[in-house]
Design a protein around this ligand. Structure first.
Ligand code: ZN
Length: 143
């Protein structure tokens, strides 16, 4: 994430100079999920952490290695910024556009609480870009 965050911080500095009070958002997704060791986001940078969590276990389940990894990365980001935002896939989706149940419905409530405890200020829930009438509908919850 260091190279991406370096660029985002440069943009954020310019935005802060020209448009005080405005935020710059960036994704922490795929190869940018690991927070850098020595660099932090500027105060006007919002980190949108995109979870790649296991849907079988809750985010804070210590027995799930995948979720422990996600939990630890979110915690590391929350220690760097007050502008952490979570992106989750809580809706059922399928590449073919089929609406399938996900086994994560039982964890939504506790996962939202965990994200709040980790410092996340908001959560976006997204559908996939599947070919459905609902595919463009997303939700966002600000705590
Ligand atoms: Zn799991």
């Amino acid at each position: 994430m260091g190279s991406v965050l370096t660029l985002v911080n440069i943009v954020a500095d310019e935005v802060a100079r020209k448009y005080p009070g405005r935020m710059v958002g960036t994704l922490s997704y795929a190869y940018t999920k690991v927070p850098p060791n020595t660099l932090g986001p500027r105060p006007n940078v919002q980190i949108l952490y995109c979870q790649n969590q296991c849907f079988i276990h809750s985010l804070d389940d210590p027995s799930c290695t995948q979720n422990v990894d996600q939990y630890n990365k979110m915690r590391a980001w929350s220690e760097m910024t007050d502008n952490l935002h979570a992106w989750s896939y809580y809706f059922n989706y399928d590449r073919r556009g089929l609406q399938l149940p996900l086994p994560n419905l039982q964890w939504i409530k506790s996962d939202l609480r965990t994200k709040i405890a980790l410092g996340s200020r908001a959560c976006s829930c997204r559908r996939s870009a599947a070919r459905t009438k609902m595919s463009s509908k997303n939700c966002e919850t600000t705590y």
